[in-house]
Design a protein around this ligand. Sequence first.
Ligand SMILES: NC(=O)c1ccc[n+]([C@@H]2O[C@H](COP(=O)([O-])OP(=O)(O)OC[C@H]3O[C@@H](n4cnc5c(N)ncnc54)[C@H](OP(=O)(O)O)[C@@H]3O)[C@@H](O)[C@H]2O)c1
Length: 257
Amino acid sequence: MPTALITGASAGIGRSFAESLARRGYDLILVARSTARVEALARELATRHGVACDAWTADVSSDAGRESVADRIVALPRLDLLINNAGFATTGKLAKTALEPQMEMLRLHVLAPMRLCRAALPQMIAHGAGGIINVSSIAGFVYGPGNVNYSATKAYLTSFTRGLDTELVRTGVRVQALCPGFTHTEIHDEMLQVKQQIPSWLWMQSGDVVEISLGQLERGGPVVCIPGMKNRLMMAVLQLIPHALRRRMAVRGKRTK
Ligand SMILES: NC(=O)c1ccc[n+]([C@@H]2O[C@H](COP(=O)([O-])OP(=O)(O)OC[C@H]3O[C@@H](n4cnc5c(N)ncnc54)[C@H](OP(=O)(O)O)[C@@H]3O)[C@@H](O)[C@H]2O)c1
């Protein structure tokens, strides 16, 4: 059976990846900080789908947690799919927010995916097969007051994945930067006010996002995956707008205190 490792598997998009891959017959290593939640999910998926499911408690924003997952990857006889999904969001202007969550965000969205890709790639290349999905965001294509680090870390992740794609030509290894738009998950629980400002027609379900992502990877589709026609259209239009105008729109549109 193929094996997949998912970070941030206990909730939201990561959990949907776990459910979808278990249905496809993958053995799973589910990584998150909350032991009880990943263990319960591992038991549930193993029972329901007859796959081997291992829960791995780790905070991949810490050096120790990140290295424990990297060591686990290197020790595997074979890893078919790595999904760097763990992430979180903050709100507030950089000068006024607490420093530590911003530092943590860089370690989680930038350092961890790079480190785990570095751990997984040599074996995948040696096997001539494998896939990596880095869960980025459409936020990586935009900027504005209130979440500058979130957008910047996701821009890194998309650019990093595009670069990897060029390095992996003819290796048999596929990579994808998954750039979802607004998706119903727990990430928005702390930002209900922000959530209420987003029109309902823009939201997607995490299961739909995951099916589009896996389908595109399986087909060998484009390296950047933006699920949903509305999201793709918005991003296409955005690229046509000059930066000076985008800056004015961002400042006017978001009056974050
Ligand atoms: N939802 C959206 O609208 C949206 C849009 C675009 C991109 N994304 C991206 O999608 C990814 C998943 O987010 P989500 O929306 O599914 O959020 P979520 O429901 O809050 O799930 C986040 C997952 O990440 C895990 N996690 C957080 N910090 C971690 C850490 N330091 N180490 C290990 N695991 C950690 C959480 O589990 P524990 O708390 O147990 O560790 C949880 O399983 C993120 O990278 C996010 O930026 C989300």
